[in-house]
Design a protein around this ligand. Sequence first.
Ligand SMILES: Cc1cc2nc3c(=O)[nH]c(=O)nc-3n(C[C@H](O)[C@H](O)[C@H](O)COP(=O)(O)OP(=O)(O)OC[C@H]3O[C@@H](n4cnc5c(N)ncnc54)[C@H](O)[C@@H]3O)c2cc1C
Length: 281
Amino acid sequence: MKLCEFIRPASLSAARDNLRELGRKGMILAGGTALHFMQDHTPVTAVDITRLGLSYIKHEGDFYDIGATTPLADIQRYRAPRWALHEICRRISTHQIRNVSTIGGNVCRVFPWADLPVILLAMDARMVIYSGQDEELPADEYFATQPAKRFLDGNVLRSVKVPALMAHHGFGSIKVVRTQASFALVTAAAFLELDGATIKSARIAAGSAIPFPRRLPSVEAALVGREAVGEVFKEAAAKAGQDAPWRGREGMSPEYSRHLAEVTLFDALERAATFARGRTE
Ligand SMILES: Cc1cc2nc3c(=O)[nH]c(=O)nc-3n(C[C@H](O)[C@H](O)[C@H](O)COP(=O)(O)OP(=O)(O)OC[C@H]3O[C@@H](n4cnc5c(N)ncnc54)[C@H](O)[C@@H]3O)c2cc1C
């Protein structure tokens, strides 16, 4: 994209009007870091949404509501007892990128290496889309295809609602990288709900070594109703090959990617179970 003009609307509804008027000649601009990867030089007018009061994190009821233009650095710094999103944010690229890159930008045009979609799928997040009124979509539906398609007609992501972790809930995310700032070889995330020693429910997701972030239903099915122990985690993680086409890249064969995914899932499960055991209220 080639940014030729720049608009700074005063409200979300004005931004939507601008975008609808501009059609394909307009684009939402948040942190602007994705322009680095959008190689075509189509001239566009940028509609800057970073001054619309959408940079916040609020704990409301059972959710953390994160405004779409909240920088990843703010999410990384945020701490609360029922919150785990900071873990992955500190693993995304560099401080400089995290200072400007927003949660909305990360999840509205999903690149294969994007880490937050993996986490939000495992956490069962809700995406709030403004189209004149707010509509809430579960992450499963939102990430079923490339989300950028949802925003072609002037709609804007307003916020992301992440469920607060309750008693007996645990969450673990692991990003495997060659160097601190590189894209993930594999990102894996596990949400577990325990009933005593038994796994009551599980949401498992992965990304990076597959074409698009997704949940792993065979892994989940191999966990529910079983004991939360290493042997079960190993058995469940070994099902990862049934759920997704693991890709070879950066000198790794597809078999190596799948193996890496399995051991990464195992680590994420161990981490989630440790947190769930310790979270008694
Ligand atoms: C060198 C580098 C390395 C990176 N490494 C990683 C990594 O390892 N893992 C990772 O997850 N990310 C990584 N990123 C960040 C990621 O690739 C994107 O650049 C970033 O998430 C985009 O956020 P942004 O706020 O800059 O969005 P922008 O670039 O402003 O926008 C991105 C897209 O989303 C649209 N958009 C933005 N906000 C909204 C909204 N509220 N509603 C509707 N549409 C919207 C825009 O129109 C655009 O199409 C890296 C970035 C760089 C530059």
